[in-house]
Design a protein around this ligand. Sequence first.
Ligand code: ADP
Ligand code: MG
Length: 312
Amino acid sequence: MTQFNEYTGADGSAAQHEGPYIDCRDLFKIYKRADLEVVALRGLDLRVEPGELIAVIGASGSGKSTLLNILAGLDRPSAGEVLVGSRDLLDVSDSDLVMYRRSEVGFVWQATARNLVPYLSVADNIELPMALSGQPAKTRHAWSEELLESLGMADKRKRLPYQLSGGEQQRAAIAVGLANKPPLLLADEPTGELDTENADSIFQMIRGLNRSYGVTVVVVTHYAGVSQFVDRVVHIRDGRIGSETFSRPDYRRDGDTVEEEYVVVDPAGRLQLPHDMAERFIRGGLAKIEFEDGQITIDAPGTNPRQPRRGS
Ligand code: ADP
Ligand code: MG
């Protein structure tokens, strides 16, 4: 079995990792353009365990790509904490960030054309990042063959990207992302340009790779059927994690997976309610809360006479 890279500490030493693989706390990203500021992430908290496969969903503009770009080391956060392995991405040198991007993270873009070099064969596309990190030819061939085999693309290794379907291009892109055996794979809407059948098969492959190689995966998606392929679905709203959905395959009925949605309690103890539920409380301005046996019950204020008036 192929062994993926362990996290390498900033000093280059291999470090055994304990605790969450990704740990974002109160993360902020503020884009400044002239005198305009856009707060893309506002106090985001997210932990991902080593080997976990999670999907991030949310409306357009909610900060999904911003989060992924920060985790990929393509963009730097403005404030807060973001640890990947035990590397602090808020406080990392440029040269360390280059190392990180090369060997510790694989990235798949939505646009198929952005993932592959058009004039290189599928196999050469996969072997290019390996050559850049100094892998000998024999190692490169063996790994690209194994990857293509597990992606059901062994017979396509000599093809150029334009000779592949969209779904095949994205599979090849995943293989490129895993070329240097990174502990982390990130994908930003990898099935955005594919139909349902192809999307299903891509998520199946991602799940398979996650299970066989133990690679941690964060995938941003709009794909409605994603929950059956992942360990956890994280809902991002206005630059924060709003709620999380867990699939409960043990309660499978009629082939459907039963899903449970949980609100998020952040490290400051704040609850973030799902948007539609929050609406009910925001209008009233007050909520009644009760704790019992680890359960929290919240009631909308309804006819509460002490309800504050807005704008007075
Ligand atoms: P999503 O991927 O969920 O659609 P993004 O992370 O791309 O959302 O964007 C979140 C917010 O940040 C949006 O309001 C977007 O316009 C803004 N934004 C993203 N990238 C930039 C940038 N480079 N400069 C300025 N604003 C940006
Ligand atoms: Mg996006």
